[in-house]
Design a protein around this ligand. Structure first.
Ligand code: G6P
Length: 471
């Protein structure tokens, strides 16, 4: 019987190590939930890196524990982690794909390891893949994998989904290994992107850099039709709706009401990342307080930054810069009873996030560049009373769907400050009209819908290829 194999850099579990003991916890991420309906069934399986270097002596034991959860590990050495994950993935692809190419470091050794680790993933996939299987590969850490699998198993169905933006050709061409990356991607049958612009940029890069024929969204790669299409990813909407009525969330919501009373809360939640526009957001909040001093003591910015990739230099530097700027704004505007910014550098359980989504009058989501941005959708899904205002960057994929947000250019500090003022003064009726529209979109195009659509389309593409062969 054929099966589905999911492959991503990280497995959907968090493994932590303490004094040589390893503890496994299922991850709560959206992708893990969405694909749960697939990889937990029958012989289906999810292949990926456990997220840390596992001592060799413990590898068989962890493999066994993972097998029980339909997961299969790709173990990486510290050198591989440094050069493939931190290096090529996060110091070349991440900055270039997020239009921040000045951060890129084109080191040959990063490429060598990227190639090596993608081959390692291929070997693990080939251990389990059989003719007729469907393989769904996720994200930029594994761009070479579709091509590497295709070379060994020409008939399998391979889908690839890119969770981050695909940059304009002028950015993508900067990468020394650009042609190899595209050839790797073309090993897939179906390539999915969050927005039309991303898939368009991909197709443009392919036709400019490779000797292939393409018409509309179909590329002919070695006589095989490869299709690039848009699949905007959704969230587990029902989960956030249910959380809004969860007793623990309601308890935390009461505590927030007690602590903040009538103070308006502006909520900002991100992973630590320079693509998220956190410094510009802080500057905008500072300008807002300067332009509208009547809001001193009446508004707070509640800012959660979730630690991430903090072994990469630019991330460490960003963290220091956020500390300094948040500190200086607080020092400038604080009063005896009020701090304008409540800043947290840590992660919180989903119940706490849900309570904050429910409490905050404004969701402030202003990335410089973001593939989709699921926080904006989680905020919307949590607003069961249809009030509150979302301020959303036009550079986030989500802005294509959530058009009833106040859409801003994240580089325009003045526009963000004015949007905060507009949001705080928006009549309830207008808030409700906008929020209802956005809630419908988020509820309908949820993660289950996204998974179903992608899988169905992959099957159609396979059929299309067969009918082309028969002609
Ligand atoms: C983004 C990427 C994912 C990645 C996640 C967390 O959402 O699209 O592929 O897993 O960030 O980053 P990390 O480097 O910790 O896996």
């Amino acid at each position: 019987m054929s099966k589905t194999i999911i492959v991503s850099n990280r497995l959907p579990v968090k493994i932590t190590e303490k004094d040589g003991e390893y503890v496994l916890n299922p991850s709560e991420g959206g992708l893990a939930t969405g694909l749960g309906s697939i990889y937990r069934q029958g012989y289906n399986i999810w292949i990926g890196w456990p997220g840390l270097e596992v001592n060799e002596a413990y590898q068989p034991q962890i493999r066994e524990q993972l097998t029980e959860m339909n997961l299969m590990p790709v173990y990486l050495t510290q050198e591989e982690i440094n050069n493939y994950y931190e290096g090529f993935s996060n110091e070349i692809l991440w900055p270039v794909f997020h239009y921040m190419s000045v951060y890129a470091r084109y080191e040959q050794v990063y490429w060598d390891y990227y190639y090596q680790v993608n081959s390692k993933f291929r070997d693990v996939v080939l251990q389990v893949a059989e003719p007729g299987d469907v393989i769904w590969i996720h994200d930029y850490q594994l761009l070479l994998l579709p091509g590497m699998i295709r070379a060994e198993a020409p008939d399998v169905a391979i889908g690839y989904f890119q969770h981050i933006p695909f940059p304009s050709f002028e950015l993508f061409r900067l990468i020394p290994w650009r042609a190899e990356l595209l050839e790797g991607m073309l090993g897939a049958d179906l390539l999915g992107f969050h927005t039309f612009d991303d898939s368009h940029h991909f197709l443009n890069a392919v036709t400019r850099l490779l000797p292939v024929n393409a018409s509309a969204n179909v590329v002919m790669a070695n006589d095989r039709a490869v299709i690039a299409e848009t699949f905007p990813m959704g969230i587990d909407n029902a989960k956030f709706e249910e959380l809004s009525d969860d007793p623990e969330v309601l308890r935390q919501l009461e505590s927030l009401k007690e602590a903040f009373g009538d103070t308006h809360m502006v909520l900002s939640i991100d992973r630590l990342d320079y693509s998220k526009g956190i410094l510009q957001r802080l500057q905008a909040f500072e300008l807002f307080l300067q332009l509208y001093p009547e809001y001193v003591e009446k508004v707070i910015l509640y800012m959660i930054v979730v630690p991430s990739r903090d072994t990469v230099t630019q991330y460490k530097e960003l963290r220091d810069a956020i500390d300094r700027l948040a500190g200086s704004i607080n020092a400038r505007f604080r009063t005896i009873n009020w701090h304008p910014i409540n800043y947290f550098y840590r992660s919180f359980p989903v119940e706490t996030l849900a309570a904050l989504y429910n409490f905050a009058d404004i969701g402030l989501v202003t990335p410089m560049r973001d593939g989709m941005n699921l926080v904006s959708k989680e905020y919307v899904a949590s607003r069961k009373h249809n009030n509150g205002v979302l301020i959303l960057s036009e550079m986030a994929g989500a802005s294509k769907e959530l058009q009833d947000a106040l859409i801003v250019n994240p580089n325009n500090i003045g526009a963000i400050a004015r949007a905060l003022h507009e949001a705080l003064n928006m009549p309830l009726q207008e808030q409700t009209r906008r929020m209802k529209q956005m809630r419908q979109v988020v509820a309908k195009f949820n993660i289950a819908h996204w998974v179903k659509l992608f899988m169905a389309r992959l099957q159609e593409v396979k059929q299309l290829q067969q009918s082309m062969l028969a002609r």
